[in-house]
Design a protein. Structure first.
Length: 211
């Protein structure tokens, strides 16, 4: 038997401007220091790249017809339409990483989270809330990527999205970035300390201790 437990699947959601992308990316380094191999899933999307975004790093950018063909072939673990654009998580890549013992982080919305929960019951949901509506709007404006109309739409959508926080096992309030990141990392650590995972990792030791 392998001494490597399967990796976990973590679904992290937040309203636009909630900080989930910054938190998940910063947590990768901290998890590495703790000996946990983790990777953020690179989603497929039909939207155009934003300034600074790179193919295969931030997203896999595909045409709408190609995206529809992938849906028809059953290649997505989940997919959803957000602001008129489509996003999806590749099934094969996610399953491969987990089989290698790596934790996989899905940076997706509540629609995708629901689909994941139906297909992968042991997936762990984490919802990130802003400390206030005012702070959320400030973060959106600081990105300088959206028009006034777009910001208004995102704020309205944010209120609707935050209403789904009860569908997640964990909730983090992103008031202080360092504290929020530490709380996020602790969830990954806790899963690795579960009895079932430790029995696989320390099988030889436990056998000797009980013999």
């Amino acid at each position: 038997m392998s001494n490597k437990a399967p990796g976990g699947l973590f679904v992290v959601s937040a309203p636009s401007g909630g900080g989930k992308t910054s938190l998940t990316r910063a947590s990768i380094e901290q998890l590495g220091k703790a000996g946990i191999a983790a990777e953020i899933s690179v989603s497929y999307t039909t939207r155009a790249p934003r300034p600074g975004e790179q193919e295969d790093v931030h997203y896999h950018f595909v045409e709408p017809d190609a995206f529809k063909a992938m849906i028809a072939r059953g290649e997505f673990l989940e997919h959803a339409e957000i602001y008129g654009q489509h996003y999806g998580t590749a099934r094969s890549r996610t399953e491969t990483l987990r089989a290698e013992g790596r934790d996989v982080i899905l940076d997706i919305d509540w629609q995708g989270a629901r689909q994941i929960k139906q297909k992968v019951p042991d997936a762990i949901g984490i919802f990130i809330l802003p400390p206030s509506i005012t702070k959320l709007e400030q973060r959106l404006r600081a990105r300088k990527q959206d028009s006034e109309d777009a910001i208004a739409r995102r704020m309205a959508q944010a209120r609707a999205e935050m209403g789904h926080y009860k569908e997640y096992e964990y909730v983090i309030v992103n008031k202080d970035f360092e504290q929020a990141m530490a709380e996020l990392v602790s969830i990954f650590l806790a899963r690795r300390l579960r009895r079932t995972a430790q029995e696989i990792l320390h099988k030889s030791l436990i056998t000797k201790l009980l013999s």
